[in-house]
Design a protein around this ligand. Structure first.
Ligand code: ADP
Ligand code: MG
Length: 238
C-alpha cells in the first residue's frame, strides 16, 4: 500500500521543496520513496537535485500530445525516484492539471511513499490537486502567528477535500524564536502534531547551490537531524 503526502504551505519560500527532499531521503532507508515536483508553476526541485537539464519532466506528462511515458520523467537520484518539473511558463499554461491524477496513480503502483511538493497559493485547479490526491498533508510553516494563520487555511482547505493533516513542520527557526510556545499555539489552532522545528541553516542554502538535497550535502547538520525527526514522527502507514 502506498501513502501519499502533500507538502504544502500558505505562501511560497517556506521550504516546501527542501522539506520534500529531506523527508523523502529520511524515509528512503525504510521505504521506496518517490518525490514529485507538483508545484508546476513555480517548479524548483530540479535545481535542488542537479536535474536542471532533465530532458523529460512532469510538464511533458501534463501537456497533451507530447507522447512522454511516466517512466521517462522519473530519475533515480540520492536513493529517491525524483519526478522534476520544468520551468517553462508556456508549458505550465499548456499543461492540463487534471492529468496529474493519472500520473500519480501510475507512480503509486510502484512505490511505498509518494511526496508531492505542492504549490503555495490555493484556489486554482493546479494548486489544489496535489492536496486532493494526497492521503495526508505536511504543512510547512515559520514559527510565527501569521504563518500559523496561513497553515490553518491550508488545513481547512485540505480537510474540505478529505485530506487530513499529518502535522506541522516549522522551518527556518532562528535561535531566538520560542518554538515551544508556537508549537502550543499550533496544537490549539490545528489540534495536531508538531513534527519538528528545523533551524535556519547555512547548510540548506549551500546544498541548494550544489544542486543536492540537504541530507546528501550535510547529513550531520542539525537541520538534517530535525528533518529525520519529522520523518519519524510521520508514522507512515505504507
Ligand atoms: P519553497 O519550495 O517553499 O518555495 P524552498 O525549499 O525552495 O521553498 O526554500 C526557499 C529558500 O529558502 C531556498 O533558497 C532554501 O535554500 C532556503 N531555505 C529553506 N529552508 C531553509 C533553512 N532551514 N535554512 C536556511 N535556508 C533555508
Ligand atoms: Mg518549491
Amino acid at each position: 500500500m502506498v501513502e501519499a503526502f502533500a507538502v504544502a504551505s500558505g505562501k511560497g519560500g517556506t521550504g516546501k521543496t527542501t522539506s520534500t527532499l529531506a523527508l523523502g531521503m529520511a524515509l528512503a532507508d525504510r521505504y521506496d520513496v518517490t518525490v514529485i515536483d507538483a508545484d508546476t508553476g513555480m517548479a524548483n526541485m530540479l535545481f535542488h537535485t542537479g536535474l536542471d537539464d532533465a530532458d523529460v519532466t512532469l510538464h511533458d506528462l501534463l501537456v497533451e500530445g507530447r507522447g512522454a511515458a511516466v517512466g521517462d520523467a522519473v530519475y533515480e537520484r540520492f536513493g529517491l525516484s525524483v519526478v522534476p518539473c520544468g520551468t517553462s511558463l508556456d508549458a505550465f499554461e499548456a499543461a492540463d492539471p487534471a492529468r496529474l491524477r493519472d500520473v500519480v496513480a501510475e507512480l503509486a503502483a510502484d512505490t511505498d511513499v509518494l511526496l508531492l511538493d505542492s504549490p503555495a497559493a490555493l484556489g486554482s485547479k493546479s494548486a489544489v490537486l496535489p492536496v486532493v490526491l494526497a492521503d495526508r498533508v505536511v504543512v510547512v510553516l515559520q514559527p510565527t502567528i501569521p504563518s500559523l494563520s496561513d497553515g490553518l487555511k491550508v488545513q481547512e482547505y485540505a480537510r474540505s477535500y478529505g485530506t487530513e493533516t499529518a502535522g506541522v513542520l516549522f522551518n527556518r527557526v532562528r535561535p531566538d524564536e520560542d518554538v515551544e510556545r508556537v508549537a502550543e499555539q499550533a496544537a490549539q489552532y490545528f489540534g495536531g502534531t508538531t513534527l519538528a522545528a528545523v533551524p535556519e541553516s547555512d547548510a540548506v542554502r549551500a546544498a541548494r547551490r550544489e544542486g543536492k538535497p540537504l541530507l546528501e550535502h550535510a547529513p550531520a547538520d542539525p537541520a538534517a537531524d530535525a528533518f529525520r525527526e519529522a520523518a519519524a514522527s510521520l508514522e507512515v502507514r505504507s
